[in-house]
Design a protein around this ligand. Structure first.
Ligand code: ATP
Length: 299
């Protein structure tokens, strides 16, 4: 199947969706290209799953449209180019992992080998186990293997690492990176902002059905001027918290941590008031800080 003329693997153009009185998507425009991972971020209920469901043709848009590789999502060829890992899978409990993989591979013209899927998703040793007897994290890895077994050119991952331990999460990150390097376009939702920071080429922040920030992780971080100051100090946290430039302050043992938009002013004041202050660090906003700030503004 040919790629869209625009080069987008998936695109949303003016997409709106309401459920009764609830506006889930309020006109979103977004696209993801081959070899690019877009992290779709947003608080609960922001509209992320609805956006994915519309792109997959599982839900109709009220207005606007989504395209997969330039085609309407309802077209079988367009959907065959996609791998999908949604939040709930509804797989039959009684089938063994190998059987699930063989069955799913059989839908595709050029699937991966079972061993290839198992290696990427960390399923070695689980292939002859029944799906229903696996732990939640093991089931999530099987769902990932099913999403990639057709060698997709476009991969939708809705909170793929929820419930995974650190090793399994690391393994999935490596597999996702390998897919992107091989030219796959990936749309991933996650509530783990360090995951978006580690994997995403671009992030889009949804709030109340609108895209309120979109760009590289650096660009989104740069949207907020916040800095975090950490130091060992005897100053009273409540007193520091009353300075007009300080947004928040907390004490952890002998250390205090301050969030501010005016780091230089606050650092000068700290040093002026506590000559014994030590271990001073100033850090710019991380993606998590930017996310909190941007979604707070949107609310
Ligand atoms: N079938 C439905 N009927 C009514 N309202 C719905 C339905 N599905 C979703 N909604 C509402 O639409 C809004 C967007 O939901 P959606 O599931 O897309 O959000 P989300 O960003 O994926 O949230 P989460 O992070 O919690 O998964 C929410 O207010 C939700 O309650």
């Amino acid at each position: 199947m040919q790629q869209a003329e625009s080069g987008a693997a998936v695109e949303w153009r003016g997409v709106r969706k309401r459920y009764g009185g609830t506006v889930a998507l309020d006109g979103i425009d977004l696209e993801v290209r081959r070899g690019e991972l877009l992290a779709l971020l947003g608080p609960n209920g922001a509209g992320k799953s609805t956006a994915i469901a519309i792109a997959l043709g599982l839900l109709p848009a009220d207005a606007g449209e989504a395209r997969l590789c330039g085609r309407p999502p309802a077209e079988l060829d367009a959907r065959r180019a996609c791998g999908v890992m949604l939040q709930s899978a509804g797989l039959p409990d009684s089938l063994k992992v190998r059987e699930l993989l063989e069955l799913t591979c059989s839908y595709y013209a050029a699937p991966r080998t079972i061993a290839g899927c198992a290696g990427l998703a960390g399923l070695d040793g689980l292939l002859d186990r029944r799906y229903g007897r696996l732990s939640g994290g093991e089931q999530r890895r099987v769902q990932f293997a099913l999403a990639i077994c057709g060698n997709p050119r476009l991969l939708f991952l809705d909170e793929p690492t929820t419930g995974l331990d650190l090793d399994a999460r690391g393994l999935l990150w490596r597999a996702i990176r390998a897919m992107v390097e091989a030219g796959c376009a990936v749309v991933m939702t996650t509530h783990y902002l360090e995951e978006a920071e580690a994997l995403a080429d671009r992030v889009a922040v949804l709030a109340r059905g609108r895209i309120v920030a979109c760009g590289s992780v650096q660009q989104v971080r740069a949207r907020v001027s916040q800095r975090r100051i950490r130091c060992v100090s005897v100053l009273d946290a409540a007193r520091v918290g009353a300075w007009p430039e300080v947004r928040s302050v907390c004490r952890d043992g002998d250390r205090i941590e301050i969030v501010t938009d005016q780091a230089e002013v606050v650092v000068r004041q700290l040093l002026f008031e506590d000559s014994g202050l030590s271990q001073l660090e100033v850090q710019r906003a991380g993606l998590a800080d930017a996310f909190v700030e941007i979604t707070r503004e949107a609310a």
